[in-house]
Design a protein around this ligand. Structure first.
Ligand SMILES: NC(=O)C1=CN([C@@H]2O[C@H](COP(=O)(O)OP(=O)(O)OC[C@H]3O[C@@H](n4cnc5c(N)ncnc54)[C@H](O)[C@@H]3O)[C@@H](O)[C@H]2O)[C@@H](O)CC1
Ligand SMILES: [K+]
Length: 475
């Protein structure tokens, strides 16, 4: 099962792997033609009702595979208003090769020719809300017609994110859906065919530009709360600054007063909240919990906290009472395996931390991705295992991020990663936020490596984050 949103991400990843969308459209169109051939003998009359998106584009391709049929193609709108280049190219090809095509300017002009088959290619996964005109009129006519209706990808009017049908939508007899079934299709009376359109498995498995698009912030949102610092001061500052670079509105750092000035000294952009103690203690954790619950911040727990016994007890206590989202990093990770918590945790262990938590102990994380997935399932939390290839899993879904360079072994890159995860949590679900963050952090390193070789610093990653997130996502 795949949502329309995720499908678009996978499709973008496929393009980055060298399989562009136009190629997928060719496969989709071929699959639609096969479905028509399955329900009608050669010579049968086929009317294609196409919209101006890629759903229509799939049907334009199908026309070329249906030479043995009597095909008429109706486009809702004008050809020069087709929304995507690849759909327009396929429409133009039909014009140049003299296929029977007609443009329908508005609903008053719409009339459905009597035909054996109607191919419904008005709207696919790009729909929002009830059908607008002329699609609504066309849907009524299709539903009233005596033809077998084959819908492309989803029946037009069906929302593939929510799995809901618009009141005005097409009622299909057959649906040819692509790559994987979509939420809610199984509740329809239609016969569903899932067509393989040649998307490489790697486009789902490896984090790519599509995953970044999916998690990309479209504004400033979120106020991550970094609980860190004590024995170390750089780590919490890096995490908080990375969150700001990745779209957080504000970034708070709760730290011992003995080091709070030092942390503030690294950056005037942070809001540092000192507490009276040299390290995090259970008493302090209780106060911090109140603040975190009140503001519903995403929390980053761990950077620079140290392993004082009191600190670990405090981290455990915090996590057991908190009910929000926490990125757990560094020293705080070791309390996770014994926790009882309602919080949503995203654990970001490196190799050693993963092993100490009870997960696999290896340099080659990709080779043990299935074990890490099982480990995350057992924990009941998202695990982002950091290595040459990062493994990101929620125990059911697993993604691998190959971005990054050896220069990222430098201290502090895990802290920037934790901050990016916290920021993206405002825009994406925990697994998607973690996967995109891992990719973004690695790409930021790759940008630096282009000029600095292996000699760059974690603090320099910070400035690269915006370009990776909002600029061209391929370096
Ligand atoms: N990986 C993929 O995502 C692939 C997608 N393909 C096809 O592309 C489709 C998605 O294409 P698009 O994203 O271009 O979107 P659609 O073709 O679903 O439609 C987008 C168009 O519909 C209009 N629209 C949106 N809501 C409307 C409403 N309520 N009433 C009337 N018009 C409305 C929009 O303004 C836009 O012009 C898929 O369903 C599938 O058929 C395939 O070509 C191959 C691969
Ligand atoms: K459709």
């Amino acid at each position: 099962m795949i949502t329309g949103e995720r499908m678009a991400a996978v499709d973008e990843n496929a393009a980055a792997l060298g399989v562009p969308r136009k190629q997928l459209m060719e496969s989709s169109g071929h699959a639609v033609a096969r479905a028509v051939r399955d329900v009608a003998e050669p010579g049968a009359s086929v009317t294609i009702v196409a919209g101006r998106g890629n759903n229509g584009g799939d049907a334009f391709v199908a026309v070329r595979f249906l030479e043995a049929y009597d095909v008429t193609t109706l486009l809702l709108g004008r050809g020069d208003r087709i929304g995507t280049a690849i759909a327009r190219e396929n429409w133009d090809a039909l014009q140049q090769a003299d296929y029977d095509t007609r443009e329908v300017a508005d609903s008053s002009e719409f009339s459905l020719p009597a035909s054996d088959i109607v191919v419904d290619a008005m709207l696919g996964t790009g729909i929002s809300g009830e059908l607008r005109e002329p699609a609504a009129t066309a849907a009524d006519a299709i539903n009233d017609a005596d033809a077998t209706v084959v819908s492309v990808d989803v029946p037009s009017g069906f929302d593939a994110e929510a799995g809901e049908h618009a009141d005005t939508g097409v009622v299909a007899d057959h649906v040819v859906t692509f790559h994987d079934t979509k939420p809610g299709l199984e509740n329809l009376k239609a016969e569903i065919t899932v067509a393989d359109i040649g998307i490489p498995a790697a486009a789902e498995r490896f984090v790519g530009p599509g995953d970044v698009t999916l998690a990309r912030p479209d504004g400033r949102e979120g106020r991550p709360y970094v609980i860190g610092g004590g024995p170390y001061t750089g780590a919490p500052a890096l995490a908080a600054q990375a969150a700001l670079r990745a779209s957080a509105e504000l970034a708070f750092v709760a730290a011992p007063e003995t080091v709070s000035r030092e942390i503030q000294g690294y950056s005037e952009d942070l809001i540092v909240q000192p507490y009276e103690s040299e390290v995090l203690t259970p008493d302090v954790a209780e106060d911090l919990l109140e603040t975190a619950q009140q503001y519903d911040n995403a929390v980053v727990l761990g950077p620079g906290l140290g392993t004082d016994e009191d600190t670990l007890a405090a981290a455990k206590q915090f996590l057991e009472s908190f009910t929000g989202r926490v990125v757990v990093d560094a020293d705080a990770l070791e309390v996770v395996p014994d926790l009882e918590t309602e919080a949503t945790l995203i654990c970001t262990p490196n190799r050693g931390e993963l092993a100490r938590m009870g997960g696999p102990d290896t340099d080659d994380l990709a080779a043990v991705a299935a074990e890490i997935e099982a480990f995350a399932a057992e924990l009941g939390h998202v695990v982002l295992a950091k290595g040459g290839t990062d493994v990101i899993t929620d125990g059911e879904r697993t993604r691998l991020s190959r971005s990054g360079t050896v220069g990222m072994k430098v201290g502090g890159t895990g802290d920037t990663l934790a901050g990016i995860v916290a920021a993206l949590l405002e825009h994406a679900d925990p697994l998607e936020a973690a996967a995109a963050a891992a990719h973004v952090n690695g790409l930021a390193g790759e940008r630096l490596a282009a000029t600095e070789g292996h000699g760059f610093l974690a603090s320099e990653l910070l400035e690269e984050i915006p370009a990776v997130l909002w600029g061209k996502s391929d370096v």
